[in-house]
Design a protein around this ligand. Structure first.
Ligand SMILES: Cc1ncc(C[n+]2csc(CCOP(=O)(O)OP(=O)(O)O)c2C)c(N)n1
Ligand SMILES: [Mg+2]
Length: 310
């Protein structure tokens, strides 16, 4: 499982590096937000879910979409505005979704993912399926957050709140604008919701905690809350160099890069040969080259195609 998880995290990292390169070349319109550094959350949480479960994410959602099993080619084509994109080239990075994989949105309005997942959980109650609301630390100051915690608890919804606490909301450290910033999960506890605080850089820890929460929600035990402590290694979006961070902070987190941790666990704990890991990574590199080339070869939608889709 760990080798597959490593390869899947590696694929998200490399996919987004391709996207950034294409963005800098002017191939991608608008903006784009990378989850570089946060891949363990996407993959560990993704493994804990069934295909039938529903996920609502944010603009920083590429990794979660790929973890749902959406095709790399079709996600890349969407970001490039091409007709083979998941939404026919109309949504772009900020609004892409994939209903065939029960990924119901990459909400650009923060808190939107929480509202959508809460609605989905209401519809799924009693079916054995679970909804996930993915969001960031800055979003815990948004009204939706508190309303949905309350609503989900009152109606005992099969909902997993997935807080990716990367310490920043855009360029602002969360502590500058937040009461009790070191205890964001405590906000959910105030509503009587079961919470776990999770090392968001360790894919196995993410998987195990996510599975516990998903199973409880699936068993009818009501909403669950996971706070993953994580970090983004790049800026908030496109051209942000992230130079508002204190000196040394990035480097300290990079020592716990999810890919470094999984590679180390594979070799030191499980005895996986380096060549096996390199071979899996090479497979991913080649697959992504093909996917990106195919996405670039996809045409832009014609005005008629845009009309048909509207
Ligand atoms: C309702 C709303 N207010 C403000 C914004 C502008 N905005 C975009 S991203 C962002 C920061 C969100 O931070 P966080 O929830 O920690 O997510 P992260 O970007 O770290 O993943 C803000 C305030 C927005 N998109 N929606
Ligand atoms: Mg944040």
């Amino acid at each position: 499982m760990l080798l597959r998880a490593h390869a899947d995290m590696y694929a998200i990292r490399r996919f987004e590096e391709h996207i950034m390169r294409l963005f800098l070349r002017g191939e991608i319109a608008g903006t784009t937000h990378l989850c570089n550094g946060q891949e363990a959350v996407c993959v560990g949480l993704g493994y804990a879910l069934d295909e039938d479960d529903v996920v609502a994410g944010t603009y920083r959602g590429h990794g979660h979409i790929l973890a749902r099993g959406s095709e790399e080619l079709r996600l890349a084509a969407e970001l490039l505005g091409r007709v083979d994109g998941l939404c026919g080239g109309r949504a772009g990075s900020l609004n892409v979704f994939d209903p065939t994989r029960n990924y119901i949105g990459s909400f650009a309005i923060i808190g939107g993912s929480i509202g959508a997942a809460t609605g989905a959980a209401l519809a799924l109650k009693g079916t054995g399926r679970v909804a996930v609301a993915d969001f960031g630390d800055g979003t815990t100051n948004q009204g939706y957050f508190f309303e949905c915690l309350n609503f989900a608890k009152v109606y005992d919804l099969p909902l997993v709140f997935s807080l990716e606490n990367n310490g920043y909301m855009e360029y602002t450290p969360i502590g500058n604008v937040t009461a009790r910033p070191d205890d964001l999960a405590g906000r959910a506890e105030a509503f009587g919701i079961e919470t776990e605080r999770v090392d968001g850089m360790d894919v196995r820890a993410v998987y195990e905690a996510s599975l516990r929460a998903v199973e409880r929600a699936r068993a009818g035990e009501g909403p669950q809350f996971l706070e993953y402590r994580t970090y983004r290694f790049v800026g908030h979006s496109r051209s942000d160099p992230g130079d508002y961070r204190p000196e040394g902070e990035l480097e300290r987190w990079q020592e716990r890069d999810p890919l470094t941790l999984s590679r180390r666990a594979l070799t030191d704990e499980l005895g996986t040969p380096d060549e096996d890991i390199a071979a899996r990574e090479q497979e991913v590199d080649e697959r992504l080259e093909r996917a990106i080339d195919a996405a670039l070869a996809s045409p832009f939608p014609t005005p008629e195609e845009l009309e048909v889709l509207s």
